[in-house]
Ligand binder design. Structure first.
Ligand code: AHM
Ligand code: MG
Length: 340
């Protein structure tokens, strides 16, 4: 049978099958001098994601839902799976030579893994092990968020090396444990998305160089706090409701920002009476998600004229207001804040 006689499906070019592992090796090949340290860190994050996904799926069967009875450093109730996910990430990352420091939303102090002051500069990995964990008890979306910085040897204390603005991130990403497990990654040159194929145990690339829609009439914030938002946000909500906007809020930033990346809209966590600086954490949530959104062509701000990635960190657990998403939708919010 000649090629012209084959059915179209047998000859038409199909999308290549590229796993996350292959993608990481392809990226490493673009840097011929690379030691491979960075690739090993990404592979630790991918293994952690598979382990956490499996724990999340089995949570009710294994009776690991609910709180552990402790509060974390943020004064919030720790869920059992917060602790399990944190432990998985600490254990996989601590085995990687390239990691100098890890910092977690769940730990008061960063963990210094390697203290050498000579040799190659290593990396710092910051993460929120299980974002939105209160959704677990109701099978709602939860996720892991991570940010990778280069160690800054000029800092007097090792842990001060973590206090770099979001513009210094060399990579960031999130894993969404939803109806499928999604791994979204930026290495500073666009955003790629992978979905876990449970039958082969590998993340397979489903999107390359993603672009966020320019606009979509959809906003995402906890409207229950509306009466304590600064006036500009209230004006925005009034305007949005008069103009036919929809409201969507998952209660997990990973779920909300994932939807906005694919369908457009704006995600916000404004200052409130209870949380005057906002609730979300700059280093573990705002910066990595902000980098993803910007790399996909969106905008990420803390306030009018204040790009999130430029906010100078003074404390690894500091909080910030967040406005991120489609460029036109973020502009609408900012316009109202400026007039507020
Ligand atoms: P967590 O990291 O302790 O789970 O909290 C962060 C989460 C975000 O994912 C989500 O957007 C927000 O907190 C929800 O908070 P609220 O219940 O105040 O709307
Ligand atoms: Mg969180």
């Amino acid at each position: 049978m000649s090629a012209s006689e084959l059915p179209l499906s047998a000859t038409a070019p199909r999308r290549q099958i590229v796993t996350l592992q292959a993608h990481i090796l392809q990226q490493q090949a673009l840097h011929p001098g690379a030691s491979g340290d960075f690739s090993w860190i990404l592979s630790a994050l991918s293994i952690s994601a598979k382990m956490i996904a499996s724990q999340v799926r089995r949570a009710r069967l294994e009776d690991v839902l609910g709180g552990v009875g402790n509060q974390n450093v943020q004064g919030e109730q720790q869920q059992k799976l917060d602790v399990i996910a944190n432990d998985i990430l600490l254990r996989t990352l601590s085995g990687r030579e390239g990691v100098a420091i890890v910092a977690s939303e769940e730990n008061e102090e960063p963990v210094i893994l390697r203290d050498e002051q000579t040799g190659d500069r290593k990396y710092c990995v910051l993460f929120d092990p299980l974002d939105g964990s209160s959704n677990l008890d109701v099978c709602g979306a939860v996720g892991t968020i991570f940010s990778i910085l280069r160690q800054d040897r000029r800092s007097a204390k090792q842990e001060d090396s973590l206090l770099q603005p979001g513009t210094q991130q060399v990579a960031a990403g999130y894993v969404l444990y939803g109806s499928s497990t999604v791994f979204t990654l930026t290495l500073g040159k666009g955003v790629d998305m992978f979905v876990l194929d449970p039958s082969i145990g590998a993340f397979v690339r489903v999107e390359q160089q993603m672009r966020i829609p320019r606009a979509n009439k959809s906003y995402s914030l906890n409207e229950g706090n509306r009466l304590t938002f600064p006036e500009g946000y209230q004006k925005y909500l009034h305007w949005a409701q008069e103009n036919g906007y929809s409201s969507r809020y998952a209660g997990a930033m990973v779920g909300d920002v994932h939807r906005i990346l694919l369908q457009g809209g704006v995600f916000m966590y404004p200052p409130t009476k209870k949380a005057p600086n906002g609730k979300l954490r700059l280093m573990y949530e705002a910066n990595p998600m902000g980098m993803i959104v910007e790399q996909a062509g969106g905008k990420a701000l803390a306030a009018p004229g204040q790009r999130l990635l430029d906010v100078p960190p003074t404390d690894i657990h500091q909080r910030t207001p967040v406005i991120m998403g489609s460029p036109d939708e973020v502009d609408h919010v900012i316009r109202h804040l400026q007039s507020g």
